[in-house]
Write a protein that binds this ligand. Structure first.
Ligand code: ZN
Length: 86
């Protein structure tokens, strides 16, 4: 049933399956299955990334308290870093 899942947005510019990047004031789209867009993810410090991956556990940890805490922290970190930027 899920083999032919497709989401075609009529009127969109490029086919960009995914979701808006959760980082504040970031206009980009994150890919499906990724927490945030590439440029934002690049701003996440390694230990925080590691915490996200550890909590994610190939999807098994999705929605758990540890995972929510980890991604919230990652987003907050990028938020803070972007505010420092000119
Ligand atoms: Zn972003």
């Amino acid at each position: 049933m899920a083999s032919s899942f497709r989401q075609d947005e009529p009127g969109g510019q490029a086919p960009a399956p995914g979701h808006p990047c959760p980082v504040r004031r970031c206009p980009r789209q994150a890919r499906a299955g990724q927490l945030m867009c590439g440029p934002c993810w690049a701003l996440v410090p390694r230990p925080v990334r590691g915490a996200v991956w550890a909590a994610w556990r190939d999807g098994a940890g999705a929605g758990t308290r540890a995972h929510t805490a980890a991604i919230t922290r990652a987003i907050a970190t990028v938020d803070a870093r972007r505010q420092d930027a000119p």
